[in-house]
Write a protein that binds this ligand. Sequence first.
Ligand SMILES: [Zn+2]
Length: 448
Amino acid sequence: MEVEIATIGGYEAVGRQMTAVRAGDDVVIFDMGLNLSKVLIHDNVETERMHSLDLIDMGAIPDDRVMSDLEGDVKAIVPTHGHLDHIGAISKLAHRYDAPIVATPFTIELVKQQIKGEEKFGVQNDLQKMEAGETMRIGDKNELEFVNVTHSIIDAINPVLHTPEGAVVYGLDKRMDHTPVIGDPIDMERFREIGREGNGVLCYIEDCTNAGKKGRTPSEAVARRHLRDVMESIQDYDGGIVATTFSSHIARVKSLVEFADDIGRQPVLLGRSMEKYSGTAERLNFVDFPEDLGMYGHRKSVDRTFKRIMNEGKENFLPIVTGHQGEPRAMLTRMGRGETPYELDEGDKVLFSARVIPEPTNEGQRYQSEKLLGMQGARIYDDIHVSGHLREEGHYEMLEALQPQNVIPAHQSLKGFAPYVDLAENLGYKVGRDLHVTRNGNMIQLTE
Ligand SMILES: [Zn+2]
């Protein structure tokens, strides 16, 4: 059987991930993501109303026109997890394929919300839930399997397409967490089995984000301990404490909520995306927040909550807000500019349970936000965080578990691929032979 990989997006920079695998007559698409920085750099761009081709030209969504060169039928569109760089283009591209969108329950719910917000296209694809550990037939000869992985968002999986020629394992995005705060540990046992059974692994596509960092990525339990340490150290402070993190990082939000209670403060989630992700996770029973936990997204209800906090005393609350990257319209940035009823005083604490995504726009915005907060007297606690991506030792472990015949580095620029290429070559892979460094819009023929 012919097996071919189309590297459509995310092979020149992080963002707009999309890869298609053709096995015989069947095609499966993994991820359809958005490169948000290409959108945010323009003022007032509303993607909801934009046409796909314009977004492709901006470099915001994958250029899927290469799909017409693949001779087969798309049988499934499979987003691996709910981050925007993996699902953000579904509302713009999925309607062009007569195939269901297959994902885990939390991811499906986020896809559903995105489709609802779409104003240009009617996306009618079936939404099909599949849990980690489950499988689904793809045509007569292939099978799709979800393997549980751990990442900075809940309900993440690595999909595996089992073909008669061997398995194609799509490895974006994960870290090897054996003590996650929510959900099951990464299923390394299953990866090792897949490496040994049948024809083994024909191809492994891997996220190279942290390949240049030595050692292994710490568990979410480590970030949780770090956070507890910071919060206990300031528990006697009788002024304002404000925290921010990735809204989609439900495990981190859960830790913040719990520790707020431990230090005698009432947690409250503020900002549109805080309300969206935490509300969704709670509705789907991924997390059990206290019944009276307030979540407010709309400007008016947020401002009303801030007024209540100021009236009842800042020392009784922990606002958990959006704005960890200094996004201009996010809550923390507005607080820094003095645009909310919440008043910061000399010595108030601001906790960034996140790291700056290393990209000039983020770095500039975050710098500005911290400066504005500092000018009002706020004290900054930053980097209370662990990454969601594998480091060097995790990459070695994956390659040793899967023993893939071919490896394709992904989710980075060429520069980002370099450290991964080095470590794969240490294990005997060779660029141009079985280690395929590629760009967006290419085809890699694995078997004939
Ligand atoms: Zn991700």
